[in-house]
Design a protein around this ligand. Sequence first.
Ligand SMILES: Nc1nc2c(ncn2[C@@H]2O[C@H](COP(=O)(O)OP(=O)(O)O)[C@@H](O)[C@H]2O)c(=O)[nH]1
Ligand SMILES: [Mg+2]
Length: 296
Amino acid sequence: MTFENPRASMLQLPKARGIPLIRYLMLRHFATKSRTAIKYASFTNVLQLHEKQLIGFTFPLQELARHLDPTVDTSCFYTFKPNYNDISRAEVFFIQSHQHIIDYFTSAVRMDHAPELSQPEVCFLGRSNVGKSSLIKALFSLAPDVEVRVSKTPGHTKKLNFYKVGKFFTLVDMPGYGYKAPKDFAEMVEPYLNQRQNLRRTFLLVDGQTGIQEMDNIAIEMLEEFGLPYVLVITKIDRASKGLMAKNVLQIQEFIKKKTHACFPQLFPVSSVFYSGIHVLRCFIVHVTGHLPLSS
Ligand SMILES: Nc1nc2c(ncn2[C@@H]2O[C@H](COP(=O)(O)OP(=O)(O)O)[C@@H](O)[C@H]2O)c(=O)[nH]1
Ligand SMILES: [Mg+2]
């Protein structure tokens, strides 16, 4: 079925290109949106935004706080609060040069195949489809040649994918856990978390539309049991309404306060499509790997 619009020929838009009008408009809409999105991969361009937009884009939690009842305690929203200069300094680590190579390094199907590296490491853990690979792509968007491995059959390829950021640190994309979580944890995730000496922080991704789910609870229990410092990253915030985001964020924040010990009190909400929250997350990674003392 096509959506050919009889007025199309009058508008002389799509006919000239032989594309149905609605598809032409959709393509144009997404092309414009993605051009705008790519522009904001760089914090230098984000800094050109008006103050209100700049804050909302850089600190999505602060934007959310504006919509909350003033009686809600939002102090944990500001636990890690770099200034714009810190964020710009951190961004330099994610820009490729001849002296500073950012690239996919290797994959391991078992922990004993993992490369021995001395530089600090951070890993990204979460359910299949929660947005791990997209987040790594967004973090590396200033080095577009980095080949981020995405499994074509989600949940089937169980590999640890290692990405080197020069000689400074490594990011590890963990196999996504699904309905087979206990088995996946036993084979891959547990041995990695238990044995990896240079692991500085684990980022556990939770979908902003659904909040913490049963499988995420298994991961949280494991991280708590191991006493490893971890951080919750809230993904796909562009897909959730402000109301839903507020509800999920407050619920998760309450959960962290009451039920966890090793979890960082502040959440990191991100959109890997529009890059909101990405710049602060880059800054946090550079900070926890020991390369950026905050100036503020
Ligand atoms: N709208 C939106 N979609 C996202 C975002 N992050 C990931 N996705 C989509 O979610 C799906 C799963 O993402 P992927 O990164 O492959 O998840 P993984 O299995 O955890 O590595 C893909 O279709 C992505 O395009 C986001 O921030 N916003
Ligand atoms: Mg993936």
